[in-house]
Design a protein around this ligand. Structure first.
Ligand code: C2E
Ligand code: MG
Ligand code: MG
Length: 449
């Protein structure tokens, strides 16, 4: 007979292989579910709360790639040992996924205590891990859910902990989130948006808008960035910052991207031939080898010259699977597509990455521009980035320019390209044509549409 309490490893319990993770010797997901089932039935008469948590290692995949799979396994074992050592005699830890561990705290009764315990686990894991001669540092995110009444099943508790973990991951590395009702509401809203978005993508209802990118000195337009826009009948206009992450997480970004690129390329065919079209690729698209094929097929079908296309990628896109990203980018570059590093200065901004990976252009994030006029550090950082780009032979565009004074300062620093509300907000294809006509004061012959 199994006991409900105990770590599940050293208490003389069944070591049935079906319940054990062979790599770490911890219980597996079946053991974990079984433990919760038993605890729920134990608490049938006295429903004292308890805590279920899921811990996920942040950025484990790059570590695995960097140090090799054997070292990756070694780290997973070390993590397991640390977690096991930190459990008291009531608690259980299991490994329920590749880099996912789950714990059960029968004696943790409040959300505050659950968060506190989880933070301790993250701290324990943050000390360096030995990998042969080297050391690796890890962070982890945790989602917890609380059992409050006999109505909750094991599946519900685990699914709530997963929802909490999802929120923790979304808010950054090393976070703890305990499940709340608001989260349930947020989760429902995400599902609603996802369903509406799926429908909109199949109905072709996501539209490209275009924001001008200018030569800062002459103020001439040199190209446009494509930004996806979507208005739903019920939900109204949903910001890109909301629907793009949902499209990425729920696997809709591929078809969405193809739709927007096709429409954008069709629109851009009517522009003067020296203007480029810039297009954002999501990190998840850079691990899918079909991305490159789809882009090339779309250009082919629309007859858009690949040498006029620029793709914008972020560092996150390169971190997940650098080898895959490089292969995709190489294939695109081969036909003349240029590659820009977007949002530079916000993520990890690894200078090493700029050495390994060749970019044609770097886009300085608008976070720096907003403070450029009254903040010396931002000024120094922008100057340093500009000098670096010159040395590396990369073009530069500074994003988010809203004031004339910011543009002038950037020109003084020697920044060639700029983008921002000062020069134009993103507008649809028709308005873009109008904008082009105005900007070129009739000198430009654009085909009537
Ligand atoms: P991003 O690629 O960095 O795009 C620039 C964002 O800054 C856009 O937000 C743009 O509207 C906004 N912006 C431009 N100038 C200014 C300014 O002067 N001030 C301020 N405050 N904001 C400015 P938007 O359109 O909401 O897009 C947000 C993000 O969503 C984009 O950031 C991009 O990462 C993503 N996104 C948009 N469209 C697509 C798409 O078709 N595919 C993919 N994969 N991602 C997209
Ligand atoms: Mg962009
Ligand atoms: Mg950007």
């Amino acid at each position: 007979m199994q006991t409900t309490f105990g770590t599940g490893q050293a208490t003389g319990e069944s070591t049935d292989l079906a319940f054990t993770d062979p790599l770490t010797g911890l219980g597996n997901h079946r053991r974990f579910f079984d433990k919760i089932d038993r605890l729920i039935s134990d608490r049938a008469d006295d429903p004292a709360p308890f805590t279920v948590g899921i811990l996920d290692l942040d950025g484990f995949k790059p570590i695995n790639d960097l140090f090799g799979h054997k070292a990756g396994d070694e780290i997973l074992i070390q993590v397991a040992m640390r977690l096991r050592a930190s459990m008291d005699s009531h608690s259980t830890v299991c490994r329920i996924g590749a880099d996912e561990y789950a714990f059960l705290y029968p004696m943790v009764f409040s959300e505050e205590a659950a968060a506190e315990k989880s933070r301790t686990l993250i701290e324990i894991l943050s000390a360096p891990h030995d990998v042969g001669e080297r050391t690796a540092r890890l962070s982890a995110s945790v989602g917890c859910s609380m059992f409050y009444s006999g109505d909750e099943t094991t599946e519900i508790l685990v699914s709530k902990a997963e929802t909490a973990l999802y929120h923790a991951k979304r808010s950054g590395r090393g976070r703890v989130v305990v499940y709340s009702r608001e989260m349930e509401e947020a989760a429902k809203r995400v599902t609603r948006i996802e369903q509406a978005l799926r429908r909109a993508v199949s109905a072709g209802e996501v539209e490209p808008h275009f924001q001008p990118i200018v030569d800062l000195r002459t103020r001439r337009i040199i190209g446009f960035e494509t930004l996806a826009r979507w208005t739903d009948g019920d939900l109204g206009s949903v910001p890109a910052t909301v629907f793009i992450p949902i499209a990425e997480e729920r696997g809709i970004i591929g078809p969405l991207s193809q739709l927007v690129l096709r429409k954008a390329a069709e629109a851009a065919r009517s522009w003067p031939k020296d203007l480029f079209l810039s297009f954002n690729l999501s990190p998840s698209q850079l691990v899918d080898q079909n991305t490159g094929l789809h882009i090339l097929a779309t250009l082919d079908r629309t007859g858009f010259d690949p040498r006029r296309l620029e793709i914008e990628i972020t560092e996150t896109g390169l971190m997940n699977d650098p080898a895959s990203a490089e292969k995709i980018v190489e294939n695109l570059r081969r036909v003349g597509i240029r590659v820009a590093l977007d949002d530079f200065g916000t993520g990890q901004s690894s200078l090493g990455r700029l050495r390994e990976f060749h970019f044609d252009k770097l886009k300085i994030d608008r976070a720096f521009v907003s403070s450029i006029l009254d903040d010396r550090p931002s000024e120094h950082i922008i100057r340093a980035i500009l000098a670096m780009c010159e040395g590396l032979g990369m073009d530069v565009v500074t994003e988010g320019i809203e004031q004339e004074a910011q543009a002038e300062r950037l020109v003084q620093f020697g920044c060639a390209g700029g983008q921002g509300f000062l020069f134009g907000r993103p507008v649809d294809a028709d308005a873009t044509l109008g904008y082009l006509r105005d900007s070129f004061r009739g000198a430009l012959r654009v085909k009537a549409i």
